[in-house]
Design a protein around this ligand. Structure first.
Ligand code: ATP
Ligand code: MG
Length: 553
C-alpha cells in the first residue's frame, strides 16, 4: 500500500496513515469532523471535511460527525441542522453522529480521576490572577496558592461546583502539570469552569463545563478516533492533548495531526466574523451569496463538485498561506462549462427598433447552444422588430477598435441577422434610450451567407416576449486582499459588493427553478436565486464571469 499513494506524496497526513496501517498500529482508521455548532460552515470547514472524509474513505475507514458543543453560551440547534445539511450537500455521509455533550458525565468522571491521582485541583484565583500567575514565554509561571489542596478538599469542592453552589468564575478546576514548562499550555491549564447557562442539548443539567483542551482529546479517545486532524494553531496544544489522554487513562490513544487552515483573499473566514456580518445586516443572512459559507456558496450557484475539486487542489500543507479567490472561481467555471445550458440575457437593456422589419411579424430562430459542441443542441429563440441589447454595446462616438454598434456600423446579432445602426434617440439628460437599425434578411444565421463580414457579434433578446429579470452582480465582501492589521474587518467591507439590475432574459427561460444554473452569452454563469425569485420574475445571481486573468499553476 505504501507504494500506492500516487500523486499524493504532498499529503503528509496520508503518509502517516499509510505508515500506521502498515506497521499495524491500527487495523482501521477513524477520523472525525468536529464543528462547534456556533455558526454555519464555511469553505475552510469544507477543506477539513474533504480531508477527513476522503482520507477515511480511501482506506475503508470511518468518519464521525461530532458536534463539539461544550460551550453553552454560543451554541444553537439551528446551527446543528445547517451543519448536517451542508455536509450532506457537499456529498459526504458520516458513519456515527455524536454530541460532545453526551460525554459530559464521562468527562466529569475523568476529571474526578485526575483529582484522585493528585493531578487536578480546584483554584480560587480570579481570571486576572490566573493570567498573571501564568507568566510569559520568557518567565516561568507562579504556582497557585490553592495548588496544594488535599484530594478530599478538591473532591468536595468540585462536587459542590457541579451542584451549583458557586457563581460563574468563582472557581475553576485546573490540571496540575508544570508552572515552569516552556509550553504555556502546560502551566496548570483550566480544565473545568462554571457557567450557569442553558445548554442546547443538556438544558440546565450542568453548570460546570469542560474546556476545549480537556474535552477534545477525551472525545477523540472515547470514539476511538485514530487520527485527529486539526488546524495549525493547536500544534502547541498537542503536549496537553497527549497528557490528557494518558493521565485520564483512556484506552485508545488518538494522534493529533495539524495542518494549515485555509485562508482566501478578500474573504473573512471565522464564524465569529461571519456572524458579525449577519448581525450587522451587512450580509443578507448566513446564506447571502457573497458569504464564504457553504450555504452562501450554494445559493450563489457553486456546485458540490466544484468545492470538492477546489479542496483537493489546495491540498494540505504544514504552513499557512492564502489562496486566491480566483482559484475557487476557476473550479466552478470548469464544472459548469459542460453542465450549464446556454442562453442570452440583457443586464443593462437598451432598446433597438429594426425599422425595416415588418411590424407584427414574429419568427423563431434556431440557435446553437454551443458553437464548439453540437452535442449541446439547439434552442428556439423568438425574434421580432424590437429587441434589447446591452447598453455598452452601443457608442455614439466609439474609440478605435470598438466593433460593436455605432452610427453607420454593422454587427451580427448572435444567431440572427446583421443589423446596421442609422439613428438614435436621447432623453433630456442626454442618455441614449433607443436606437434605430435596419436588418439585412440575406444575412440570416445558419444560411451560409458569405457576402460580407462584420467584426462584432452582440447578444440580444426579443422585446415583445422577453421575461423581466433581476440580475444580482457581486464583488467580494471584503475590499482588501488581506485585512490590514490596523483596521477592523468591518472597516474593510466593500460598499459595492452587490449591484442589483433590472434586465431581460429569453422567453424560453420561463419556468426556471431556483438553483438552476445557466451560462449567459458573454456575461458568465448565473444561478436562479432561491430567496427572491418568483413565479413570474426570476432573480439571477452571477456566480462568476466567463473569463479570468488568473492562471492556475
Ligand atoms: P472558526 O474560527 O471559523 O469558528 P473553528 O476552527 O473554531 O473555526 P470549528 O467549528 O471548531 O471551527 O471547526 C471544525 C473543524 O473545521 C476543525 O477541525 C477545524 O480545524 C476545521 N476548520 C475550521 N476553519 C478552518 C479553515 N479555515 N481551514 C481548514 N480547516 C478549518
Ligand atoms: Mg471555534
Amino acid at each position: 500500500m505504501g507504494e500506492n499513494i500516487g500523486n499524493t506524496s504532498s499529503n503528509f497526513i496520508k503518509r502517516i496513515v499509510v505508515d500506521d496501517l502498515q506497521s499495524k498500529k491500527h487495523d482501521n482508521i477513524i477520523t472525525r469532523f468536529p464543528p462547534e455548532p456556533n455558526g454555519y460552515l464555511h469553505i475552510g470547514h469544507a477543506k477539513s471535511i474533504v480531508l477527513n472524509f476522503e482520507l477515511a474513505d480511501e482506506f475503508n475507514g470511518k468518519t464521525n460527525l461530532r458536534f463539539d458543543d461544550t460551550n453553552p453560551t454560543k451554541e444553537d440547534t439551528e446551527y446543528v441542522e445547517s451543519i448536517k445539511e451542508d455536509i450532506k450537500w457537499l456529498g459526504f455521509n458520516w458513519d456515527d453522529l455524536y454530541f460532545a455533550s453526551d460525554y459530559f458525565e464521562e468527562m466529569y468522571n475523568r476529571a474526578v480521576l485526575l483529582i484522585k491521582k493528585g493531578l487536578a485541583f480546584v483554584c480560587d484565583l480570579t481570571p486576572d490572577e490566573i493570567r498573571e500567575y501564568r507568566g510569559s514565554l520568557k518567565e516561568p509561571g507562579k504556582e497557585s496558592p490553592y495548588r496544594n489542596r488535599t484530594v478530599e478538599e478538591n473532591l468536595d469542592l468540585f462536587d459542590r461546583m457541579r451542584k451549583g453552589e458557586f457563581k460563574d468564575g468563582e472557581k475553576v478546576l485546573r490540571a496540575k502539570i508544570d508552572m515552569s514548562s516552556p509550553n504555556i499550555n502546560m502551566r496548570d491549564p483550566i480544565i473545568y469552569r462554571i457557567s450557569h447557562t442553558e445548554h442546547h442539548n443538556t438544558g440546565d443539567k450542568w453548570c460546570v463545563y469542560p474546556m476545549y483542551d480537556f474535552a477534545h482529546p477525551l472525545e477523540d479517545a472515547i470514539e476511538g478516533i485514530t487520527h485527529s486532524i486539526c488546524t495549525l494553531e493547536f500544534e502547541d496544544h498537542r503536549p496537553l492533548y497527549d497528557w490528557v489522554v494518558e493521565a485520564c487513562e483512556m484506552k485508545s490513544t488518538p494522534r493529533q495531526i495539524e495542518f494549515a487552515r485555509l485562508n482566501i483573499t478578500n474573504t473573512v473566514m471565522s464564524k465569529r466574523k461571519l456572524k458579525a456580518l449577519v448581525d450587522e445586516g451587512i450580509a443578507d443572512g448566513w446564506d447571502d451569496p457573497r458569504m464564504p459559507t457553504i450555504a452562501g456558496l450554494r445559493r450563489r450557484g457553486y456546485t458540490p463538485e466544484s468545492i470538492r475539486n477546489f479542496c483537493r487542489e489546495i491540498g494540505v500543507a504544514k504552513n499557512d498561506s492564502t489562496v486566491d479567490e480566483q482559484l475557487l472561481e476557476h473550479f466552478i467555471r470548469e464544472d459548469l462549462s459542460t453542465k450549464a445550458p446556454r442562453t442570452m440575457g440583457i443586464i443593462r437593456p437598451l432598446k433597438v427598433v429594426i425599422t425595416n422589419y415588418p411590424e407584427g411579424k414574429v419568427e423563431m430562430l434556431e440557435i446553437e447552444n454551443n458553437q464548439d459542441d453540437p452535442s449541446m443542441g439547439k434552442r428556439m429563440v423568438q425574434f421580432s422588430r424590437e429587441i434589447y441589447i446591452e447598453e455598452e454595446d452601443f457608442m455614439e462616438e466609439p474609440p478605435k477598435k470598438y466593433f460593436r454598434l455605432f452610427p453607420g456600423n454593422e454587427v451580427r446579432l448572435k444567431g440572427a441577422y446583421f443589423i446596421k445602426c442609422n439613428d438614435f434617440i436621447k432623453d433630456e439628460s442626454g442618455k441614449v434610450v433607443e436606437i434605430h437599425c435596419t436588418y439585412d434578411k440575406e444575412t440570416k444565421s445558419g444560411t451560409g451567407f458569405t457576402g460580407r463580414k462584420v467584426k462584432g457579434t452582440i447578444h440580444w433578446v426579443d422585446a415583445s416576449s422577453a421575461i423581466p429579470t433581476e440580475f444580482r452582480l457581486y464583488e467580494p465582501l471584503i475590499k482588501d486582499e488581506e485585512i490590514d492589521e490596523n483596521k477592523t474587518f468591518l472597516e474593510c467591507v466593500n460598499p459595492n459588493s452587490l449591484e442589483v439590475l433590472q434586465g431581460y432574459v429569453e422567453d424560453n427561460m420561463k419556468g426556471v427553478k431556483p438553483g438552476e444554473s445557466f451560462q449567459f452569452f458573454r456575461h458568465g454563469y448565473f444561478n436562479v436565486d432561491s430567496k427572491y425569485s418568483t413565479e413570474n420574475k426570476p432573480v439571477f445571481n452571477r456566480i462568476v464571469s466567463l473569463k479570468s486573468s488568473f492562471k492556475i499553476k
